[in-house]
Design a binder for this molecule. Structure first.
Ligand SMILES: [Fe+2]
Length: 333
């Protein structure tokens, strides 16, 4: 288990050669339907402990998809909220294709407000709603590679479903990423079979959508199977599956996008914050110091969304929902 060579039949019995060689070996852990490995030096840090890893198996779906671009490009797509109001939308209620509708058809502008934390950041995408209300979606970025995003509100803005989502963007090399996708149902109930089926289908992860190497059937070699007729009349992108739409945009930028040519705007606040805290950690990391995302402060985070009055400050009035107190008050589940 620790990489030691236990036997070398090709060596004479008196040889101790086996004691002098070692394979690279890493401690692993099975948790939340995922095998985790610690690749650093010394003893591993505290075990990962997200809300979703603590759910029962029947409350959770975990899958993985190979994304053919740099991990930061993929991560930033996962952190951006703005794109969902266009890229993932349907154009008509008269379509059987997956996509966002209802609340999502409320026109932007929106604003992004970021709260930098010790684990990364929490940020709220705020969209104005009719009647002086606003739609607040609170996301989390837990360094270095975890995103949580809410999927709680029905299209009417009132119905709450206890569903949270997230990704882990794990680099395979500079130009390829393995994206671990999870969906969790908090509370007591299990995810029903049809919930699993519909949620996975809508994200473009139905059976047959990825091969045994986790590569998408809708990949860049086939232009993500974009259908221009569908794009004209049914969905904004013409590509089936919400995550396929994300991948199409992020992969078509090239494997590593040239950020020196970017112009970031107001709703890129969370992306800007992500780059700042990543850059800060590169230059200030101290040997032996736990990196961000290890301390227990992320244990009770949840991505949430609510439609609230315009005067509500999400950082105070919604905090017990998105950074749940340890005593179980708030929307504990
Ligand atoms: Fe997206």
């Amino acid at each position: 288990m620790d990489g030691r060579c236990v036997d070398m039949p090709t060596e004479p019995p008196e040889s101790d050669f086996r004691s002098r060689i070692r394979l690279a070996a890493y401690p692993t852990l099975e948790l939340g339907g995922v095998v985790w490995a610690y690749l650093g030096e010394g003893a591993p840090p505290a075990l990962p402990r997200f809300e979703w890893t603590g759910l029962r198996d029947d409350q959770r779906v975990v899958t993985r998809t190979w994304q053919e671009c740099n991990w930061l490009q993929a991560l930033e797509g996962g952190i951006d909220s703005m794109h969902a109001s266009t890229l993932h939308t349907t154009l008509t209620p008269d379509t059987g294709r997956a996509g966002l509708s209802g609340l999502w058809t409320v026109p932007v502008p929106l604003s992004d407000e970021v709260e930098v934390t010790d684990y990364g950041h929490a940020y709220a995408s705020i969209r104005p709603m009719p009647g002086g209300r606003k739609w607040v979606k609170v996301y989390h970025y837990v360094m270095p590679c975890h995103t949580f995003f809410p999927f709680e509100l029905g299209g009417d803005g009132e119905t709450l479903q206890p569903i949270v989502n997230g990704h882990m963007f794990v680099p395979m090399d500079d130009e390829n990423t393995m994206v671990y996708n999870w969906i969790g149902k908090y509370g007591d109930d299990a995810l029903t079979g049809s919930e699993r089926e519909i949620l996975e289908w809508s994200r473009g992860r139905a059976p047959g959508e990825v091969d045994d190497r986790h590569r998408k059937r809708r990949n860049r070699d086939v232009d993500w199977l974009i259908d221009r007729a569908v794009q004209k009349s049914e969905t904004y992108s013409g590509i089936d599956g919400i995550n396929n739409q994300d991948h199409a945009v992020q992969e078509s930028m090239g494997p590593i996008v040239d950020r020196s040519k970017e112009t970031l705007g107001t709703t890129d606040a969370a992306v800007i914050a992500t780059r700042r805290i990543l850059l800060a950690r590169l230059t200030r990391a101290a040997p032996g110091e736990d990196p961000p995302g290890v301390a227990p402060t992320y244990y009770r985070l949840r991505a949430i969304e609510r439609v609230v009055d315009a005067g509500v400050d999400w950082r105070t009035e919604l905090r017990d929902l998105y950074d749940r107190p340890a005593d179980g008050t708030g929307a504990d589940g």
